[in-house]
Design a binder for this molecule. Structure first.
Ligand code: AMP
Length: 176
């Protein structure tokens, strides 16, 4: 299935108005996770976006990026690296702050999560303004990794996050 052409996936994305605060139309991926067919189709489509041989590790961003990132790592025979919210990772960390569509946040990575030179596929559930993924890529680079591409299940194209991530290829399955 080609990028941006995932009708089976799209039918399982639920719109929740005014969550987590007024004015935000939240794209809820839990119906997709709940559907064996939807989830299988989503994972197959995600895997097809980037050649498996072009990356060594999959990096997922807390928390919904863990679901798709870890499943992709397992499907492709790669390791998985979590990027987490502050204070969650037990070992030595590097951290980056960024603006979110609804607020400001910081994310962290273990400083030894990537062997210098390793190629990393970046995964999250949704691309909005791109601030989260931009900070995640900065973290991976700071510890010596090379982000090769980023993949999302959903992209809110009207927020322009893609242009912020122009230094790597950006792929998404469902575009709004
Ligand atoms: P951004 O940094 O603006 O690209 O925001 C992306 C992150 O925020 C992702 O981890 C998403 O899970 C979450 N997010 C932002 N906006 C939404 C939305 N409208 N629906 C669901 N998740 C969102």
């Amino acid at each position: 299935m080609a990028e941006g052409d995932a009708p089976v996936v799209e039918q399982y994305i639920r719109d929740v108005p005014d969550f987590p605060k007024k004015g935000i139309l939240f794209k809820d991926i839990t119906p997709l996770l709940q559907s064996p067919q939807g989830l299988a189709d989503c994972m197959q489509s995600l895997q097809a976006l980037v050649p498996t041989a072009s990356y060594d590790l999959v990096c997922g961003i807390e928390s919904r990026g863990f679901i798709f990132g870890a499943a992709l790592a397992l499907a492709t025979g790669k390791g998985f690296v979590p990027i987490r919210k502050p204070g969650k990772l037990p070992w030595k960390t590097a951290s980056e702050s960024y603006e979110l569509e609804y607020g400001k946040d910081t994310i962290e990575i273990h400083i030894d999560a990537v062997t210098p030179g390793q190629r990393v596929l970046m995964v999250d559930d949704l691309l909005a303004t791109g601030g989260t993924m931009d900070a995640a890529q900065r973290l991976v680079k700071r510890i010596g990794g090379t982000p090769v591409a980023c993949c999302f299940v959903v992209e809110l194209t009207f927020l322009g996050g893609r242009s912020r991530l122009a230094h790597t290829p950006v792929h998404s399955l469902v575009k709004y």
